[in-house]
Design a binder for this molecule. Structure first.
Ligand code: HEM
Length: 523
């Protein structure tokens, strides 16, 4: 959950926090302590609120920090308003704990809760239908990750996916003047630059058949996602919220229809609308086979994979926006990065318009340390990762400084990784974008390398992001091809980065950023 400067200083944010605290209190009164051991335990509404409140108190420091210390447990890095949920803050061994204890610290409960509460899994479904879907999902969940990890986490698969997306080919068609609108989380990027789901060719089929899908996707993300996470009821009579829910229903329908066609095709049946299925991606094919093997109803396949579509797009596209914005607006950075990528992004400057003739995707990750360090700095500035796990059986963990902490069974544990990202003790001048902040000299080779250090943009342990390699390559590729082909100036005369407000992972811009794009002038 995000905590920003803005939150600690602006009066509206203080109001937001006060409202959150009130909501937290009420939800604890009405729902607190009601969870019991079962097949899957729902994430209580108050857990995300407690994470936000803890992160807020930590970053605000001063009296807030002192209030928080009242809730500090025997280890300095564990906080909790009650033992039903403990927050690991700056917990040195968080990766080891989340990896080693993965059987006791479950990912599934929080994921299933999001499917039901946020992605609309249960909308218009009976209890019997939901029970069946849960039964099947418990069988499918592990095998379903396999194709995703193979393509999105593995180096080769991710390189091939980005290659197929033909980022240079798309970048050449960028419009000459465009606006990144407030709340859009980079919608224009998704329309003009990114392929909505690299490697998922059926997404093109999806887009062709559902031209409003992208609009609906962002409407859902902006208008309803954060509210549903904290348990706002779907009957809330607010127009934007109801429109967001209608958009979510259309997205789910589109995904269900898509999986129905894949299933018909794989079973040799006539395909709805006579759709051409020859370019359906490996991941969708494999996932449908797994769903079929375990008898998952087709409607549920689409709804589960709507969450995957969201995971693929919501964060990467917003991050791509911030990355490009920082590259162009940070003095002297653009020429340095152009020099660094020049060997790997070859441009024919004499063609009209100039075009990229060769594009070395692996080299952008391995041989462009400043580009990569700038991306890590963008994660630090604009991404707030959180890990949430359900504690099934009691676990005693060591925080890396010798102190032991007991996590009680049937409770929740979380790690707001982002809260440390603005701590001056770890990152001097935390509010300044420093492109080479993550650059180090490798002890053995003497080469400059970008290293994450304590940054954890992908979460932690077993449930760490399954799209991390793909996302990173995708964003590097977008930035490298945009800066190789385009010059950009602020429309208002001076660069001004938009403010940030909490999003659903990556920060949202609080205002428009208007820029003028011109084809790059080569000296
Ligand atoms: C910049 C872009 C992205 C960021 C910052 C990001 C961040 C995250 C974070 C913080 C988590 C939670 C990890 C935890 O619980 O500890 C997560 C989970 C996940 N992400 Fe991403 N993600 C990005 C892009 C993607 C992409 C492109 C995919 C494509 C498939 C993806 C798929 C997933 C999946 C499937 C999970 C759930 C993992 C699990 O439950 O085991 N993400 N992501």
């Amino acid at each position: 959950m995000a905590v920003t400067d803005a939150i600690s200083s602006a009066p509206t944010s203080t109001k937001t926090l006060a409202a959150s605290m009130l909501l937290l209190l009420l939800t604890r009164i009405f729902y607190g302590g009601s969870s019991r051991k079962k097949r899957v335990t729902e994430l209580p509404f108050w857990v995300p609120l407690e994470i936000a409140a803890t992160a807020y108190f930590i970053t605000a420091g001063g009296i807030m920090g002192r209030i928080l210390s009242l809730f500090r447990r025997n280890s300095g890095s564990v906080f909790g308003f009650t033992s039903a949920h403990q927050v690991l803050y700056d917990f040195k061994d968080v990766d080891r704990v989340m990896t080693k204890q993965y059987k006791n610290l479950e990912v599934f409960g929080a994921g299933w809760t999001l499917l039901v509460r946020v992605f609309g899994m249960s909308a218009n479904k009976t209890k019997a239908e939901m029970d069946e879907a849960l039964d099947k999902m418990l069988l499918c969940v592990k095998p379903l990750y396999r194709p995703v990890e193979q393509i999105f986490v593995g180096e080769q698969g991710a390189n091939a996916s980005v290659e197929r997306a033909d980022v240079p080919g798309v970048t050449i068609e960028l419009v000459t003047f465009w606006t990144l609108k407030k709340d859009s989380k980079g919608r224009e990027w998704s329309a003009d630059v990114c392929v909505v789901a690299p490697d998922t060719a059926e997404a093109n089929d999806l887009l062709d058949r559902n031209p409003r899908l992208l609009d609906d996707f962002w409407k859902f993300d902006n208008e309803v996602f954060p509210l549903l996470v904290i348990g706002v009821p779907t009957w809330l009579p607010v127009r934007a919220f109801q429109e967001g829910l209608a958009a979510r229903a259309r997205c789910n329908r589109a995904m269900e229809d898509c999986y129905r066609r894949i299933d018909q095709w794989q079973n040799g049946l006539p395909v709805d609308d006579g759709a051409d299925m020859s370019d359906v991606s490996y991941i969708a094919q494999e996932r449908n086979k797994i769903y079929s093997t375990h008898g998952m109803p087709v409607w549920a396949r689409g709804r589960v994979d709507f969450s995957l579509l969201w995971g693929q797009n919501a964060n990467s596209q917003a991050l791509a926006f911030w990355f490009v914005a920082y590259i162009y607006s940070t003095p002297d950075l653009l020429p340095e990065l152009r020099r660094e990528v020049a060997d790997f992004v070859k441009v024919d400057a004499n063609s009209s318009p100039p075009r990229i003739t060769s594009f070395d995707i692996p080299a952008l990750s391995h041989s462009c340390p400043l580009l990569k360090s700038s991306l890590f700095e963008t994660y630090r500035m604009a991404n707030e990762a959180t890990t949430i796990r359900y504690v099934r059986d009691a676990v005693t963990v060591e925080d890396g400084t010798g102190k032991q902490v007991r996590l009680r069974p049937d409770s929740w544990v979380s790690a707001p990784h982002g809260a440390r990202q603005h701590d001056p003790a770890v990152y001097p001048e935390p509010h300044r974008f420093v492109p080479d902040r993550f650059l180090e000299t490798d002890g053995e080779t003497g080469r400059r390398v970008a290293r994450y250090g304590r940054l954890k943009p992908w979460g932690s342990g077993h449930g760490m992001c399954k799209g991390r390699t793909l996302a990173e390559k995708e964003i590097l590729a977008i930035a490298a091809s945009v800066m190789s082909l385009w010059d950009m100036e602020p429309a208002g005369g001076e660069w001004k980065m938009p403010g940030m407000r909490m999003g659903t992972g990556v920060m949202c811009p609080t205002e428009d950023m208007r820029v003028v794009l011109r084809r790059r002038v080569f000296a």
